[in-house]
Design a protein around this ligand. Structure first.
Ligand code: DGT
Ligand code: CA
Ligand code: CA
Length: 589
């Protein structure tokens, strides 16, 4: 299974652990109402460290001083990183947790509750946990507080419900990191023939409930003995020869199943799911006088085994072509397969360039040169530099004067490329802020000098759906915008999307030839899978971009592509699969 190639190991446990501490410090400082720049610096450092494809421990072991070459890491964060690596803890973080309370961090995960509200509820009502918040809201005790009313109380209760639905789920990137390491580890067990992840991870679902790993091996007990001694196992829930379940230290459950080679395809099909897809497939089999289980496809009348060694064989036995895992959500894929109408899904190799990249000029970490060099190495034909505009002050957004300077810099850089015979091109762009009224944060004159205008909402997330929809459509109607980036603003680890009428937005995008971004950043995946399909069905062009802030984050592209695959997206639906001249023609430049 090439998507889980063993060379791919972008996330490292130490990096994730450190990032988590920094995020929590930022949240705790924010609850305390501390300096926003200080808060931002912890959060940024968390983001950068989380996305570093090298293990931060290995940097420290090689040469500690190199830490400060990582963007956003100064002396004080350097010390904290070393402290966490050495002791497993940060003193400062522990202090903050003692002073406040760890459960306050959960409150922040409730939509509609920011640090200021956490502080208010804590100071006025002594609320420290979600349960206490729910009780207070249900009893109508919040509405008496400053800035609160019956409506906001209702909103909080709704937020608590949706929080509870995500509890115990992990981001895809974290799941992938652990799955990769466990698979590598199991493959080194004597007698193991193969180990592959199944479940929601194999379907590239944006969040993962637990890991499901399937193994074929000469002897099951050897595999299970080794699995329970994986270094990150916290406890063994159940241990048997066919299935063993453990809890990892981060709270993620992992199931390992050892299977016969003869039924491996059937098991892979079964445990990849989704459940809804499997139920629909089984119904179809039943109508054909067949039975599907994790052991194979059987004839109903005499229980004769007819298929199961390969996954393809299972589908073939019920008269269907192979259905890629990303489509297996019972959203019409079985019907499409039956009619020979399955989409020919986009692949990572179809991507010719990245159209959302930040440099040092705003909140990125690298120069244009470093970014271009990495893009060339990835085999791209082009990238667009899209730094923030001035309204996003906290990200050091560019005013027009700085934008004009950057345009000149890019022109010079491209000339140099040409003189060296390089076919690569750096496009001039911006991630221009869409202001509250839908106007753009750069002048028309400045925007017209650019190749690619990406526009985004960064503020006033609390508008009504009607106002937010109008705001973004206003931006689309300026005729100056080529792409709307992360169109719903959600963050998987902690921010609900802002309310927006996607259908109206897509209609406007279609009418004005504006593309919608599929933001590949694993915490965003925005548009989500369902919206990708909606856009495709409505004939709206997509762009898959990484929102890179550190050159290595260009490798996030596969998250965007696989998310788009879940939305049935094909190569032809995506602008940045086109060669440069075609791309520019399509966006009217
Ligand atoms: P998750 O872990 O919540 O992110 O989602 P999945 O899809 O990984 O679900 P999980 O781990 O409960 O089970 C893995 C796969 O096993 C699931 O996608 C389909 C299959 N499966 C589990 N239980 C059932 C069942 O009761 N019926 C059928 N047909 N399949 C099942
Ligand atoms: Ca699972
Ligand atoms: Ca499972």
């Amino acid at each position: 299974m090439t998507i889980f190639a063993s060379s791919y190991n972008l996330w490292n446990m130490e990096n994730l652990d450190i990032a988590k501490v920094f995020y929590e410090i930022a949240d705790l400082l924010e609850i305390k109402g501390e300096n926003p720049f200080r808060i931002r610096s912890y959060r940024n450092a968390g983001l950068v460290i989380e996305g570093l494809p090298v293990n931060i421990k290995s940097i420290v072991e090689r040469n500690e001083e190199e830490l400060e070459e990582i963007p956003g890491i100064g002396e004080s964060l350097h010390e904290k990183i070393v402290e966490i690596l050495k002791t497993g803890k940060s003193h400062f973080h522990q202090e903050l947790l003692r002073e406040l309370s760890p459960s306050l961090l959960d409150l922040l995960k409730v939509s509609g509750v920011g640090p200021k509200k956490v502080k208010l509820f804590y100071d006025e009502l002594g609320i420290k946990s979600i349960e206490e918040l729910e009780k207070a809201a249900t009893a109508g005790k919040l509405r008496g507080l400053p800035g609160m009313g019956e409506k906001s109380e209702e909103k909080i209760l709704k937020g608590i419900k949706s929080f509870q639905a995500t509890v115990g789920r992990f981001g895809l990137a974290v799941g992938l990191s652990y799955a990769d390491q466990i698979v590598e580890y199991l493959k080194k067990t004597p007698g193991v023939i193969d180990a592959v992840p199944a479940g929601s991870l194999r379907r590239w679902k944006e969040t993962i409930g637990d890991l499901d790993i399937l193994v074929t091996a000469k002897k099951a007990s050897t595999v299970m003995d080794r699995f329970v001694s994986f270094p990150d196992v916290a406890s063994v829930v159940a241990k048997g020869d066919t299935k063993t379940t453990v809890m990892l230290k981060n709270g993620m459950q992992t199931d390992v199943r050892v299977l016969d080679k003869k039924s491996f395809g059937a098991a892979l099909q079964y445990f990849t799911g989704s459940k809804a897809h499997n139920v629909a497939l089984r119904d179809r089999a039943n109508r054909m006088g067949l039975k599907i289980s994790e052991y194979g496809v059987f004839r109903e009348k005499d229980e004769k085994w007819i298929a199961g060694e390969k996954e393809e064989d299972v589908y073939k036995a019920v008269g269907l072509p192979y259905i890629p895992p990303e489509l297996r959500e019972n959203r019409g894929e079985i019907g499409a397969a039956e009619k020979g109408k399955l989409p020919k899904l986009i692949e990572v190799d179809d991507i010719k360039g990245d159209l959302h990249i930040h440099t040092k000029a705003s909140d990125g970490g690298n120069t244009i040169e470093v970014l271009a060099e990495y893009a060339v190495k990835k085999g791209y034909e082009y990238i667009a530099i899209t730094d923030h505009s001035k309204a996003v002050g906290i990200a050091h957004g560019l005013n027009e004067e700085r934008l004009l300077k950057q345009i000149e810099e890019i022109d010079r850089f491209n000339k140099r490329l040409t003189s060296h015979g390089s076919p690569f091109t750096v496009l001039k762009g911006t991630e221009v802020d869409i202001k509250g009224d839908g106007t753009l944060d750069h002048s028309e004159e400045a925007l017209k000098k650019l190749d690619v205008v990406v526009a985004t909402v960064h503020s006033k997330f609390n508008m009504t759906e009607e106002d937010m929809t109008k705001r973004i459509i206003n931006a689309i109607e300026t005729g100056l915008v080529h792409v709307i980036a992360h169109p719903t603003g959600r963050l998987l680890t902690g921010r609900e999307p802002y309310p927006v009428n996607m259908e109206k937005l897509l209609e406007a995008a279609k009418k004005h030839n504006v593309a919608m971004e599929v933001n590949a950043y694993p915490d965003r995946l925005d548009l989500n899978d369902v919206h990708c399909k909606m856009a495709k069905d409505m004939g709206v062009m997509l762009v898959i971009s990484t929102d890179t802030h550190h050159y290595l984050q260009m490798d996030y592209m596969r998250f965007g592509v696989n998310n788009a695959r879940r939305g049935w997206v094909e190569k032809k639906d995506v602008l940045n699969t086109r060669p440069l001249n075609e791309l520019l023609k399509m966006i009217n430049r």
